[in-house]
Design a protein around this ligand. Sequence first.
Ligand code: SF4
Length: 480
Amino acid sequence: MSEQHKLPHEQIVKIKLNDEQMRENLSNAMHTLQKNRLKLIDEKFNDWQGLRERAKQAKNNALMSLDERLLEFEKNATKNGIQVHWASSDEDACEIIYELMREKNISKILKGKSMASEEIGLNHYLENKGLKAVETDLGELILQLNGETPVHIVVPAIHKNRYEIGEIFKDKLGSELESEPEKLNAIARKHLRDEFEGLKMGLSGVNFAMSEEGAFWLIENEGNGRMCTTASDIHVALCGIEKVMQSFEDAATMVHLLTPSATGQFIPTYNNIITGPRKNGDLDGPKEVHVILFDHHRSDMLAHEDYYEALRCIRCGACMNFCPVYDKIGGHTYQTVYPGPIGEVISPNIFGIDHTGDILNFCSLCGRCSEVCPVKIPLADLIRKLRSNKVGQGKNPPLGANMLHHNAAEAFAFRNFEKIATSGNLWRFSLSKAHYFNWFIKSFKNTLPVVKKWSQFKDLPQIKKNLYKELENIEGVSCE
Ligand code: SF4
């Protein structure tokens, strides 16, 4: 629903590579996030790797018994007074929210940050029905005012600097032109206080749902999530089915990893553990709490021998923060709700591999994402497998792969490379002739169409005439 490509990927990559301001903003932000994470792990955690392993096991256990977990969550949440809804598609989830608004005669919903709502295209859906969804997360608000989508799953407006934000507030909210963070915050706060006035329905995502407790956990840093969930009469929470875990202890393990990985914070500023609607005697809280458990192709991923691993994702964004491609091109280039390494794995699985353009090429397979992922998702391996499926070589293709070669020339080249690289004789022969190939490519790099594109941004290294012999002489290196 929300996957609408405006430009071919090749074209948008060029535009973004030439956007120096965006690249500078992103590069500064990513370096800060990287530094904060590394410093915190170094100073505060004795056994970060052990914690990662525990989290991986807890998530795998929940996924392997997901049918049981979901029913247990429904039973216990219902006992707590939470109304549980099931949605198999993005459209179903939007319709449930629309029906709730229609029944209660509500025309405006205030939203805490929720990537799930981006995934189902909720704002657009409600707008088409003449209803309004207002973003209350500061980053999301900036983007909504400016008509943009998030560039990052944790810090959605990270590509904007404070001067650009000041311009947006001046243009869209009629405020004075400001650039000091405190003043910008004050402008946003005043605007949102007016929106919160008379709030009837608030929407949030869910970080973790706990089946044994029939409750769910929402973390955030701005307090807007708490406003949306407690100051409204009705709270609606959107929860992908993979967010359901067994127990509070398991969820707590995840929270321990999430904020350090995301922003380098030891704990989140706000922990909201929602156990049901307002009870007699409570001073605040919503009168109704609804949770929408939505699938949207997650069960297809769960059934897949490889891609199920991506369902462990806790949406921390660390894989993006460390990706050497993401910080050059930014999240908009992917033209899908989930950018970066995790986006390259889940977007083709959720929206269809034939609807996500060339995003699988936005990866150098360096493996940094797999190293930093707190729940040990082998992202680089999964991207490689998806590439293989896309060109019709893999088994068990994801949704939408038609097993036809996306690009016949590419498929031909890689099939032949595979033959050469897996045969000792052919490999030795190729290495002994590699310098001719090198000369040929370098000589025609400005004229051959495919080579011309490639050499615009990088040059081929010089391959020595006797490379093969040199390699054979290095201890431990075999050309067999
Ligand atoms: S894949 Fe791993 S690193 Fe990336 S967002 Fe998900 S949990 Fe974080």
